[in-house]
Design a protein. Structure first.
Length: 209
């Protein structure tokens, strides 16, 4: 079972504090989500394998390390996960991007899937699933279920804020998935919102209510 990685980098924690604030505009919020995703991508890709190659510098030929031909896919959970895509692509521009659409039923609080489009060779790729908020864990669990049905075996999940309830549910449902969070918050309230959280990430990214 992979142990969730809770990031404590000072830059991430500072940006997260600004992200939470009600005084942060949608423009600033979008920029911060992208920046935090980029910093998280740096950490989540730390163990990607390398191989040696020969290059020529302006001075001489030398041995150097490059990524060992691993294919990557980024799969945001719509719609809030879209806010993390550009930050990831800034570091891994050759990654393919799939999409999974989920929304939470306002009565049952359960995820409902309405869209799924993944790279045709998803089973050959390291798959990074993105969603800023991990609340109950339902959407993340269902999205990863779907991705695994298409043959993916090496899956990562990146979220900015997690509730203990959602993190526990995700790890129990998918113990093989590598989970990265920028912050682990206190609990879910009666409406299944993360406390202290930051509100609805999708609304704050796209300026809707």
């Amino acid at each position: 079972m992979s142990k969730p990685f809770i990031m404590d980098h000072p830059l991430i924690q500072h940006k997260l504090s600004v992200l939470r604030s009600t005084g942060t505009s949608s423009k600033e919020f979008r920029e911060l989500v992208s920046e935090i995703a980029m910093l998280m991508c740096y950490e989540a890709t730390r163990d990607l394998p390398l191989e040696e190659t020969e290059i020529e510098t302006p001075i001489c030929k030398t041995k150097a390390q490059v990524l060992a031909g691993r294919k990557m896919a980024i799969v945001p959970i719509l719609r809030a996960g879209l806010g993390m895509v550009d930050g990831m692509l800034a570091l891994v521009p050759n990654a393919r991007v799939g999409h999974i659409g989920m929304y939470r039923d306002p009565e049952t609080h359960m995820p409902v899937e309405y869209y799924c489009k993944l790279p045709a060779d998803i089973e050959e790729r390291d798959v990074f699933v993105l969603d800023p908020m991990l609340a109950t864990g339902g959407s993340a669990i269902d999205a990863i279920d779907q991705i695994k049905k298409y043959g993916a075996t090496n899956v990562y999940f990146l979220c900015i804020i997690a509730a203990p309830e959602g993190l526990e549910a995700l790890v129990e449902a998918h113990p093989d998935v590598k989970v990265y969070c920028a912050a682990l918050d206190d609990h879910l309230n009666d409406h299944k919102y993360i406390v202290p959280g930051l509100g609805d990430a999708g609304d704050r990214i796209f300026g809707t209510k």
